[in-house]
Design a protein around this ligand. Sequence first.
Ligand code: FAD
Length: 381
Amino acid sequence: MLAHRDIYDDSHAQVRDLARRFAAEEIAPHFDTWEREGIVDRSLWGKLGEAGLLCPTVPEDFGGIGTDFRMHCVIAEELSYSGFMGPAADVSVHADVCLGYLLHHGTQAQKERWLPGMVDGSIVAAIAMSEPGTGSDLQGIRTTARRDEDAWVINGVKTFISNGQHCDIVITVTRTGTGRGSGAMSLIVVETDRDGFRRGRNLEKLGQISADTSELFFDDVRVPADNLLGAEGQAMPMLMAELPQERLIIAVTSMAAAQKAYDLTRAYVQERTAFGRAIIENQVTRHKLADLKTDLAVGWAFVDQCIRKHHAGELSTFDASMAKLWITEMQGRVVDQCLQLHGGYGFMRDYEICRLYADARVQRIYGGTSEIMKELISRNL
Ligand SMILES: Cc1cc2nc3c(=O)[nH]c(=O)nc-3n(C[C@H](O)[C@H](O)[C@H](O)COP(=O)(O)OP(=O)(O)OC[C@H]3O[C@@H](n4cnc5c(N)ncnc54)[C@H](O)[C@@H]3O)c2cc1C
């Protein structure tokens, strides 16, 4: 189902093969160790860069190959379908989320400074919006940036930040003005070797255990004034412009992981027997699989429509929110039913469905919760 879709061409098929091989050769042998340690190894980033799997949309002038976003979708699909949702999430935040802010809103100098490293993996990027006191309500953030001559001085705490342990730059949502108005917030890039920047612990999670997720502390961190991304007070318009891509890619990874759960389960119920026959011989099992297969077909049709629109520059906030809402919720239904069809083995970590189940849960939370997606969609009824 992943390949042979008319939104992709031969060049995407080649990158799909490359990403699938990379997952098998460079992730699979280390994955259990990373899951045990609760974080991917930093060397993964250099290997991804070397393989050409990081940020392929970056123009050649800045070290990339200047391809289109569909290539990012193919890479995200393959890492997720391979069952490596944690590493896939790390890569996605770097390449599918952070990159957009620099590519679309950065100055020439900022692009020269950071993009080549993001392509070769020597620079890992993170984006810090959420704080201990607020996540859904971004206008409630308390991290401040104060202008002091030719510098911004940043104070605050961020939490749940993907790539928090390994990141070299953090696109930080800060309050540069007063009040709740959207004009009071700015995006500032913070290099993590600045004085006053500190990483908290790598957070322990239910699923996506090897994904790198941390608290970050900013204590009078001084960064040059030209680390401001876009104009002062323009964080909200930039976030509004970039969040649809983030939500689309979450939907893309959910589709691939849900498809994997279905494929594994279909094979399992053909092999496993009870009462003298394969589980799939039960009509109730076949009907359940028929429901799941239908859900997947509908999901692929919609996600492909959204990818096509995004490629044409026409993906709206509403489309992206509907894709994230429906597809991540669908993934939740699929992994739950698939786990059930595995019986007790589904609850065992030795079985891949167990991890797919746990890894799926956060898809309905980060990038904006399902409830927030409904809020956004309901603005355009
Ligand atoms: C593994 C992981 C990785 C993450 N990575 C990042 C990252 O890289 N960068 C980053 O900035 N953040 C990241 N996040 C944070 C994530 O985006 C937030 O957790 C999410 O936006 C929800 O915010 P919250 O946790 O503060 O929940 P809250 O905003 O406190 O919401 C709690 C509950 O209330 C509901 N709710 C809130 N407002 C409304 C409303 N108006 N109407 C109805 N229901 C409402 C929510 O839907 C939710 O169910 C990550 C989170 C996780 C778990």
